[in-house]
Design a protein around this ligand. Structure first.
Ligand code: LMG
Ligand code: NDP
Ligand code: PMR
Length: 398
């Protein structure tokens, strides 16, 4: 049955040319192939008042925990030089990919994970139930739906005196069933505000902290996705990502002075998410162009595979949530478990062979990483520059 559907979809969506073998190894995720030019496998929140009230205790707690956290090693001349634990911030580490990555890195014993989360208690519970030991993580409050919260987070981090070695921009919201836009504390449409603008301010500011780190491989990772790339089948499922001429972004994506959508069109929650992912991938490349040579920092993005079981789909209709995992497992074969996806992102954080900057990583069916190609729009350098400049204005950096 699954196989029948599979071949049905195969013949419907993929030309025979695209299902061909790649160097003898069949790209089994046929629906995930970058089907235009390559055969490679490609595969809400408002600030709750109660959370604001929690802030004080969170800050105190974060600072207290920070005293146990690793600082720069003070190697004496005759002490054996061992690499200190790296410090990695993961936004949205309270569930899904972020939590699985935190777990994988903590288990390696080489990383201290700063879990940057909007719900402190949820994050604590998640870390505990993932079996992370107390000394392997610090939870710090971050609500990306508020630029004030982003700035607070940065202050708290700096006061903790923990050096910053890797930043992972992972958190996201997806609102496929919303008929009306909702807005962040600063009035940005929620998906673009959280997934792109909140992270943009965070990453832009923390670049200075990354620069100061003495860690051998410093990285800034922004999670992207296949659905933002229209050179793939998944990226062609309507509604498609399209930033247009950025008129909505220029107007502040606030639904007042202009549209809530980046391209200036009518609100569509699924499109807003995909557009935000295009921004994520564009910003990674713009960071690379502006700062890689000067700082040596590795900038990277990735598509970890379709993790169909995460909280990302919490707002989708129940039927979708029921059918989506088996659809991805048995038909597209793009499915990946949370644990496997976490190990993939953990590789991008720490694998010594993944130091190349400006790369969008993907994994083939054998779980081998490869440099994937982005769509035309998601690799448009001119658009990246314009998104960067408009975003700087919106978050108060220009
Ligand atoms: C939208 O609907 C929602 O409206 C929106 O709210 C949001 O949720 C959004 O992406 C999220 O989706 C999408 C909707 C319509 O898709 C569906 O959910 C309907 C699924 C039914 C399709 C039947 C297929 C049979 C599948 C087998 C059964 C398995 C059941 C599991 C289902 C789980 C859910 C996935 O989508 C469509 O319109 C369907 C058609 C999509 C095909 C798109 C492929 C187009 C390829 C076109 C190639 C173009 C070539 C361009 C080349 C460019 C090169 C540069
Ligand atoms: P989840 O919903 O499980 O995780 C998203 C995380 O983001 C949660 O921890 C959530 O916090 C957090 N978050 C949401 N809003 C905010 C906010 N305002 N401030 C701070 N944190 C926030 O989804 P996934 O794990 O699937 O998604 C992780 C990343 O992976 C996203 O960037 C997504 O685009 C990407 N991705 C996912 C794919 C998939 O198939 N699932 C495929 C490709 C990419 P809370 O726990 O409090 O809700
Ligand atoms: Mg998709 C190779 C085929 C493939 C892959 C890898 C994904 C990934 N999807 C594929 C194909 C299809 N999807 C096809 C053929 C359809 C039509 C039946 C389809 C539909 C679909 C829907 C309705 N897919 C979806 C949705 C969502 O709501 C998800 C979404 O767009 O979130 C933005 C989604 C996804 N498909 C994926 C992945 C990874 C997602 C979700 C997450 C993301 O991009 O971050």
């Amino acid at each position: 049955m699954a196989l029948q559907a599979s071949s049905l979809l195969s013949s419907a969506f993929v030309s025979p040319k695209e299902v061909k073998v790649n160097g003898g190894i069949k790209d089994s995720a046929f629906l995930g192939v970058s089907f235009s030019e390559s055969v490679k496998s490609d595969i809400n929140s408002t600030l709750l008042r109660s959370k604001r009230m929690n802030m004080q205790s969170v800050i105190v707690k974060a600072q207290t925990t920070a005293t146990d956290a690793p600082a720069v090693s003070q190697a004496t001349p005759d002490s054996k030089k061992t690499l200190r634990k790296g410090n990695v911030i993961i936004t949205g580490a309270s569930s899904g990919l972020g939590l699985a990555t935190a777990k994988a890195l903590a288990e390696s014993g080489k990383w201290h994970v700063i879990m940057a989360c909007r719900d402190f208690l949820k994050a604590e519970k998640a870390a505990k139930s993932a079996g992370m030991t107390k000394d392997s993580y610090t939870v710090m409050h971050l609500d990306l739906a508020s630029l004030d919260s982003v700035r607070q987070f940065i202050n708290n981090l700096r006061r903790s005196n923990m050096p910053l070695d890797v930043l992972v921009c992972n958190a996201a919201v997806y609102q496929p069933t919303a008929s009306q836009p909702s807005y962040t504390a600063d009035g940005f449409e929620m998906s673009v505000g959280v997934n792109h603008l909140g992270h943009f301010l965070l990453a832009r500011e923390l670049l200075d902290d990354l620069k100061q780190s003495d860690y051998p491989s410093k990285r800034l990772i922004i999670v992207g996705s296949i659905t933002g790339n229209t050179n793939t089948l998944a990226g062609n499922v309507p509604p498609k990502a399209n930033l247009g001429d950025l008129r909505g972004l220029a107007g502040g994506v606030n639904g007042i002075s202009g549209s809530a959508m980046i391209d200036g069109g009518d609100f569509d929650g699924a499109k807003a998410y995909k557009d935000s992912k295009v921004c994520n991938m564009l910003m990674m490349q713009e960071f690379h162009r502006r700062f890689h040579e000067e700082t040596g920092i590795t900038f990277a993005s990735l598509y970890p595979g379709c993790i169909a079981t995460t909280g990302l789909f919490r707002e989708h209709i129940p039927l979708f949530r029921l059918l989506f995992p088996p659809f991805q497992k048995y038909i597209t074969k793009g499915f990946v478990s949370e644990d496997d996806a976490g190990r993939r992102l953990a590789q991008v954080v720490s694998d010594p062979s993944l130091t190349k900057s400006g790369v969008y990583w993907s994994w083939n069916q054998n779980s081998a990483s490869f440099e994937n190609q982005l769509s035309k729009e998601a690799s448009d350098a001119d658009k990246a520059k314009r998104v960067w400049e408009l975003s700087e204005k919106l978050v108060g950096l220009a």
